[in-house]
Design a protein around this ligand. Structure first.
Ligand code: RUQ
Ligand code: CUA
Length: 671
């Protein structure tokens, strides 16, 4: 590299030191060029403070230089996953999961998209669903660290879970999880990707018909904790090896996997242990005492569910299950008698439960309680061993004594929700009502001794109404520190008005130094994001840019319908017209073919190119067909031709100078 840019970078740093000093003095850029000349002029002209100019330089990522981290963000009820770079916070990709996406040809007639979206042909529910509410992404792990292979995400609305392959960033499977109607925060991967866990949120009727009156909530409704075994080859769910644990009809919420010292355990928060079902207009007038929100907050404590999944594996292997809708289920009585399920009291209506990197501390934050509540793995294991119980709940589940398992309570602020971790033994908890993040220290097992342990360090203001937050590699056994992102539900006046529905706001915070610093805001015009995970980009070692020639992305094998250039043909068999088509800059071959109304058109299109980025699209007007065919990919489209016409098909991706010429005709003659 020429010395010019390096010199100017050094100059920039020298200038920054002055800029920060000027900022600290409360002045906008008043200093003149001097040693730092040009950049100071730019910042001055743009009316930036020294801190703002510094943050801009710290987060700018030039073209051709790559972001250090990727954020995989849930897209909420858009049904998608968004991929952002950090520190730039630029959107790199939107992965369609539960919702069709025309650009990527997902759900518009191609077999891949339709097969995935149909999500298990045995479920009538999935076949008609074309949206989901993605909430909690979970990256696959090896020995507690992200390994960059697979990504899972739940559908809050419909109790489903999806798997994305991080080789091609495409959704490969949607599973309609048996016995679940909804699922909120119960998605996590165990430290060696043995299982991906998903639990029910609202319990659902376990009656034959699927109906039960709300008056029989306690008797006829149940929750389920689901342990879906992961096929290590292709990341898909292996139902043969999966199982569920039946739970009382509480509302099971956020969850996390134990790691290292707590390996083998899973933790699930619950609320509404009151089993309130609402009914506030009962009798024809509003009765606030019957509202779900007041009835479901009347107990002082709800229950942290502690699940020993290794013990469950043994019980399942010994046949201690019943089959329910094709899934092996450990009945509640068995889970209780075999030591699979224990409860610990937790301050009412908790939200997040997060296990620290060493596995020793389980941090529970309760929206109605100002404390971070820290449970200790050592204490939990000892209390279970000693059967140190404070009775049982109404379903016979033993309740561990709070005093024996709670290690510390740290007053953090109003509305604590979720906790993340750095590499220095600090925890960061989002405070929804305070619109801030509390930085606080963990205990001796995280490197903070007497006097220094379990203390609030500082509160970092954010804008506004923070829900989740994430730190770099924050759910692993080796978090990086470095960066934290606040996921704010409201943005109010941070961005120019774009109508009545506002963007949300991701805020990037530098946590590498002693005191966290706000770096940038990023409007998120798609949503709404819930949880995200942040992975070092270098761990995504499996990403490909081009498929092997003729690949079916669903199997990763050569498609039986693949062709090489020169093998294009049209085969007619009665009412079936089978077209083996190639796509190559800038033509389809064949580019015209004749059919008639009533024919079944079977299109097999191979992109015979091997050049990265040389994707072609394929659209047929009026027939709702749109495919994206990446280099090396084979796409299959089955179409019953039900209307006559001469249709101009075309490539939808601007692939070359003669892209507009990449078109053709389908003649559909009246029969
Ligand atoms: S939950 S904002 Cu949907 Cu993850 Cu707490
Ligand atoms: Cu191919 Cu445009």
């Amino acid at each position: 590299m020429a010395s010019g840019p390096q010199v100017s970078r050094r100059t920039a740093l020298g200038w920054l030191a002055g800029g920060v000093a000027a900022g600290a003095a409360g002045a906008r850029f008043g200093f003149s060029s001097g040693s730092g000349g040009e950049l100071g002029d730019v910042a001055g002209a743009r009316n930036l403070t020294g801190d703002e100019a510094r943050a801009a330089l710290e987060t700018f990522v030039p073209g051709g230089v790559y972001d250090e981290y990727f954020i995989f963000s849930s897209g909420g009820h858009s049904g998608q996953i968004m991929v952002y770079g950090v520190p730039s916070l630029r959107l790199l990709k939107v992965i369609p999961v539960f919702t069709p996406d025309a650009w990527q040809g997902y759900g518009f007639g191609t077999d891949q998209g339709n097969l995935v979206l149909d999500g298990g042909v045995d479920s009538a529910k999935s076949n008609t669903l074309r949206w989901g509410d993605t909430h909690h992404p979970a990256l696959s792990e090896t020995e507690g660290d992200y390994d960059g292979r697979f990504l899972y995400i739940n559908d809050r609305a419909n109790g489903r879970i999806a798997m994305v392959d991080l080789r091609d960033f495409k959704t490969k499977q949607i599973l309609d999880v048996p016995n679940l109607q909804t699922s909120h925060g119960g998605c996590f991967v165990t430290p060696n990707s043995e299982y991906v866990h998903i639990s029910s949120m609202t319990p659902c009727p376990v009656t034959e018909s699927g109906y039960a009156p709300l008056s029989r909530y306690k008797e006829d409704f149940r929750g389920f904790s689901t342990w879906l075994a992961i096929d290590q080859e292709d990341g898909r769910f292996d139902l043969e090896r999966s199982f569920q644990i039946e739970l009382p009809p509480y509302t099971q919420d956020l969850a996390d996997a134990g790691k290292l010292t707590s390996f083998g355990l899973g933790f699930i928060n619950s609320y509404n242990t009151e089993m309130a079902t609402g009914g506030n207009l009962h009798g024809g007038h509003a009765d606030p005492s019957k509202s779900l929100e007041s009835a479901a907050t009347s107990n002082d404590y709800d229950f942290l569910h502690i699940i020993d999944w290794q013990r469950a594996e043994e019980v399942v292997a010994e046949g201690g299950t019943r089959i329910r809708n094709g899934m092996r289920v450990v009945p509640l009585e068995t889970a209780t008698s075999e030591g699979i399920l224990h409860f610990a009291p937790e301050p009412r209506n908790p939200h997040g439960v997060d296990v620290n990197p060493t596995g020793d501390y389980i941090c529970v934050a309760g929206k109605l309680d100002p404390n971070g509540n820290v449970y200790s793995t050592e204490r939990i294991r000892a209390a279970i061993e000693a059967q140190d119980y404070d009775g049982t709940d109404g379903f016979g589940v033993p309740i561990l004594r709070l005093d024996s398992v709670l290690e510390a309570q740290v007053e953090l602020g109003a509305g604590p929700l979720h906790t993340q971790f750095d590499d220095q033994g600090y925890a960061y908890t989002s405070l929804f009502l305070d619109t801030a993040i509390a930085k606080w220290s963990l205990g001796p097992k995280a490197g903070h001794g007497e006097g220094d342990a379990f203390k609030l360090v500082e509160k970092i203001p954010v804008h506004y109404n923070i829900g989740h937050l994430v730190t770099a590699e924050g759910d692993t056994v080796h978090p990086d520190g470095r960066y934290m992102v606040a996921l704010n539900k409201w943005s109010i006046d941070r961005f120019p008005p774009v109508g009545t529905l506002h963007p949300q706001n991701f805020q990037l915070i530098d946590i590498a130094g002693d005191s966290p610093r706000m770096l940038s805001d990023a409007p998120i015009g798609n949503g709404e994001p819930h949880y995200v995970q942040m992975i070092n980009r270098e761990k995504l070692t499996h990403v490909i840019q081009v498929y092997e020639p003729g690949t079916d992305p669903m199997t990763w094998k050569r498609s039986p319908f693949a062709i090489d250039a020169g093998e294009e043909r049209v085969e007619r068999d009665g009412d079936e017209v089978v077209v083996y088509m190639s796509a190559q800059r800038s033509h389809f071959t064949p580019d015209t073919f004749e059919t008639k109304v009533g024919d079944l058109l079977r299109l097999h299109i191979t992109n015979v190119e091997q050049t990265p980025d040389a994707t072609h699209g394929f659209a047929i007007p009026a027939y709702n067909i749109e495919a994206s065919i990446d280099p090396g990919e084979v796409v299959n489209i089955d179409l019953t031709l039900d209307r006559a016409g001469t249709f101009a098909m075309y490539c939808t991706e601007f692939c070359s100078a003669l892209h507009l010429e990449m078109q053709g005709w389908i003649e559909v003659a009246p029969s």
